[in-house]
Design a protein around this ligand. Structure first.
Ligand SMILES: Nc1ncnc2c1ncn2[C@@H]1O[C@H](COP(=O)(O)OP(=O)(O)OP(=O)(O)O)[C@@H](O)[C@H]1O
Ligand SMILES: [Mg+2]
Length: 495
């Protein structure tokens, strides 16, 4: 098949950091190229260079025999490159067809709404997108919204689609559907660049896999010639695919208890977690996970029932008081709930502590102490960034997530609620987070680990509860866990 894209010797520097350090990448028609690499290895930067969101300091790009240089996203789109953004650029109050027409000069002048709606139906049927042109975006689940972006790309006749971590916040079924859509696009001759930290996904659909490490290509291979272990060795220089060994625990008294708790979209729900215990909450996303996490954190009003933390009722406590009582929370939506992107790493690390000494004295922040602390946390949690004063916004996705993890774990909480703690993390960082959960448990903490990754839940939970339709469908000790039973619970009242 003909070559679509040729990137040669791409260099992109941020100050002294060489985020891309001479990268070559080719994509052909009808080819899915997987781009793998640790957090901060330069994947998104390379895609931003391609799409014209940042300008490279060196190297060249040829797309369909035309040179692209000093280009902007508008030119990249006109040339036939589409970027499926992770934060969808959609207007929620509008319908699918209205969103498609938005900002498309051809629509409106040449095409009318009915014609576009008809095109949407045709393409949707052909690719299995299951999109109704008249559906309002706000009513659509995440997976469907993403498909609007894909539809947009196809209608605008893009030849190359870039998907940067498109699967990290999809439910497992939606992931499988997306992979199938990608295969259909490939069969129609499109080129696709697929970025993911999930090796099974990459191995399933990619013909070529390119591995980046510290801004350079460290491996180029085909999916049928390589194993997971070999790929992780290319990414980090060692094999990190071996499983965890969870030593038996000796749980103590209850640290957190929820009794007959109900909130909007949740309950009634009863559960407890003891000191030295990890309770894994499994289930298909959208079955009350967010509601449960927010109700415990104090971000969602409780309608009935009680929450006690180390014997103290906290049901009506505001967020800050819960924090002081020993509760830590890692929300799934780090970009808006957990981080302030415009603030520095150091400030983000202190968001919850700034009123306590030694970081604050009579309200005045002791900047030096904060910086020293931030340096220490950056080292311990492997947050890769130039300095503590670097704005959180300029970090790679995974490294932003590590800021939240470092901040919440460093407080040595007695109870931690972690919701999708490993979203966007590379395999090494995922492993590190799981080890930290186990360490907290071994120090006598109680962990509520909410995740749609059953593999992670099985690896670290002492007990597993399945959340389905806003309630607990069943609970089982890890030693007695039976996957068939867990699967049945998951689908019991699933949303
Ligand atoms: N605007 C910026 N200013 C300063 N440094 C930046 C900026 N954008 C990216 N970087 C740095 O460039 C490096 C590569 O980042 P990039 O986002 O490309 O990584 P990535 O491979 O996509 O990682 P992840 O898997 O975490 O998404 C990181 O060290 C990051 O901190
Ligand atoms: Mg990235």
């Amino acid at each position: 098949m003909a070559r679509l894209l040729e990137m040669r010797g791409i260099v992109k520097c941020y100050g002294p950091l060489r985020a891309n350090d001479g990268i070559d990448l080719d994509v052909h028609e009808g080819e899915i190229v997987g781009l793998l690499g640790e957090n901060g290895s330069g994947k998104s930067t390379l895609m931003k260079v391609l799409f014209g969101m940042v300008t490279a300091d060196g190297g060249g790009i040829v797309f369909r025999d035309r040179e692209l240089s000093g280009h902007r996203p508008r030119e990249a789109m006109a040339a036939g490159i589409a970027m499926i953004h992770q934060h969808f650029m959609l207007v929620e109050a509008m319908t699918v067809v209205e969103n498609i027409m938005l900002g498309w000069p051809r629509a409106g002048r040449v095409l009318n709404r009915a014609a576009i709606a008809e095109d949407i139906r045709t393409v949707s049927r052909r690719l299995g997108l299951e999109l109704d042109p008249d559906a309002v975006v706000a009513d659509l689940p995440l997976g469907r919204r993403q498909r609007i972006e894909i539809l947009k790309a196809v209608l605008r006749e893009a030849e190359l689609l870039v998907l940067d971590e498109p699967t990290s916040n999809l439910a497992p079924v939606e992931v499988q559907e997306l992979l199938a859509i990608m295969e259909r696009l490939r069969d129609e001759g499109k080129g696709i660049i697929f970025i993911s930290h999930k090796m099974p996904e990459v191995l399933a659909v990619c013909s070529t896999i390119v591995v980046l490490r510290a801004g350079r290509v460290t491996g180029r291979t085909s999916a049928d010639k390589v194993t997971r272990a070999e790929l992780s060795a290319m990414m980090v220089g060692r094999d990190i695919s071996s499983p965890h060994v969870l030593k038996p625990n000796r749980p103590g008294a209850d640290r957190i208890e929820l009794s007959a708790l109900s909130a909007d979209g949740l309950g009634p729900l009863t559960l407890h977690v003891r000191a030295g215990e990890i309770l894994g909450i499994a289930g298909v996303d959208g079955n009350g996970q967010l509601e449960l996490a927010e109700a415990i954190a104090g971000l969602r009003p409780v309608r009935a029932g009680h929450i006690t933390l180390d014997g103290t009722p906290i049901t009506a406590m505001p967020v800050a008081a819960r924090t002081r009582a020993g509760l830590a929370y890692m929300p799934a939506d780090r970009s808006t709930t957990a981080l302030v992107p415009g603030l520095s790493i150091a400030d983000n690390l202190m968001l919850r502590d700034s009123r306590r000494s030694p970081y604050s004295r009579r309200g005045v922040l002791r900047a030096r102490a904060a910086i020293a602390k931030a340096k220490d946390l950056m080292q311990r949690f492997d947050i890769r960034a130039p300095q503590p004063t670097t704005p959180a916004r300029s970090l790679s996705g995974g490294n932003q997530q590590k800021i939240v993890i470092a901040r919440e774990l460093d407080r040595q909480p007695s109870v931690l609620v972690a919701h999708q703690a490993t979203w966007g993390l590379d395999p090494g960082a995922t492993r590190f987070v799981m080890e930290q959960m186990i360490a907290l448990r071994d120090r006598g903490g109680a962990v509520i680990y909410i995740s749609s990754e059953l593999e992670e839940i099985m690896a670290i939970s002492d007990r597993i509860a399945v959340l389905s339709g806003g309630t607990i469908a069943g609970t089982v000790n890890r030693a007695d866990a039976d996957m068939t039973q867990i699967g049945l619970w998951m689908s019991e009242h699933a949303a």
